[in-house]
Design a protein around this ligand. Sequence first.
Ligand SMILES: Cc1ncc(COP(=O)(O)O)c(C=O)c1O
Length: 440
Amino acid sequence: MTPATPWNPVPVPAATDPGSVPSHWFNLVPSLPGPVPPPHEPDGARQDAWGSRVALQQRIRLDAVRAQDAATEPVLEIPERVREELAAIGRPTPLLRARALERHLETPARIYFKREDVLPTGSFKLNSAIAQAYFAAEQGVDTLVTETGAGQWGHAVAWAARRFGLDAVIYWAGVSARQKPGRHAVIEMLGAQVHPSPSERTPVGKALLRDGRHLLGSLGTAIGEAINHAALHPETRYISGSNLPHVLIHQTVIGQETKAQLAALGERPDALIACVGGGSNLGGFMGPYLAEKAERGEELLLLGAESAGAPRLTRGTLRYDHADPEGITPLSKSYTLGREYELPETHVGGLRQHSGSPVIGVLRGAGLLDAVAYEEPDIFESGRLLLSTEGMLVAPESCHAVRAAVERAVLAREAGRAEVIVACVSGNGLLDLDGYLAHR
Ligand SMILES: Cc1ncc(COP(=O)(O)O)c(C=O)c1O
């Protein structure tokens, strides 16, 4: 579906040198087909135990990211130190032509993978963790507190915090933390404190445990506890690994590099594919293509692949909801299954949340973003196919994007279409083997 009204996204200058880190982040917000609905208070917020959710967010967040969330400029300069750190971790990441997979599928399509899995902590999450740790250090903050779903964000924050001499406290969706003792150990080796959520450490966690709700834990329970922790420790600052505009902004190095790399190869994408949890790898990968999407309409497919265990874009509704089950976060508008929704146990912790990003909500609501949901056995089958063709063992979340790319390449074979399919491989799966083992 193309949008009913044309809109004017900002074109990204094509000047980015593929051999270097972009000088600016791209700000998706002014390029969206409509405004991002602002967060607001639930009814009676000022009278209940948590008080004003919006004021709490203002108090516990870093000044720089609050400014970025409100930014209206089309691009924002990346501080020099952040660019140096991004170069030090290996940016630009490679763009791989998956020829062995193409041969296996006997497809005329050309399949490219943007390799965020090669970054040192194993995922794209480092792009935003570095930026936020830098802003914290500049602001004189000592301790960061955050949540993590799959553990990849927590791992990235642990490393970035260490790099900038900060402490890190991480609330981790309990079910994922228990599935991944290896990643748990690595995060602790990096010096961060890890607490599986729900925990007895915060009033939010205690309330969930007492009432027997969300006992498996989820990104939402961990968000509630991390925010509660920050509220009780004024010396800390709370940071997010997805959903919000500033996180998507930090991830646009991915899309800018991809554009430059494809242009250097003389290629133009017909389909851009990413997995979607809170929407930050998708937003960062596709944001710089919004102007091209406006120009080409249905000729350029933007496709989000989600988990059938948390099918917000395919089965949820676009409405105001809390991002945590306890309701300590402000109401924000995104595709949601409802905060009461008890998410099933899965091996895709990074896509396992009941709500999502308001920015992605605007894109999907305007008909610009297509979506597909996959069951776990199917995504691990695609993960094993990638392992046996290209030798890449990718994160369970990334297997969703791989599955969608494979399906698209098969359709291209059936239609005899030599199209260009580009998928973001958001992470590495070596520390997430539990899911592969469960579905062998
Ligand atoms: C490897 C990996 N990919 C993707 C995601 C989903 O996050 P987002 O939707 O913000 O890109 C996660 C989240 O934890 C992840 O760990």
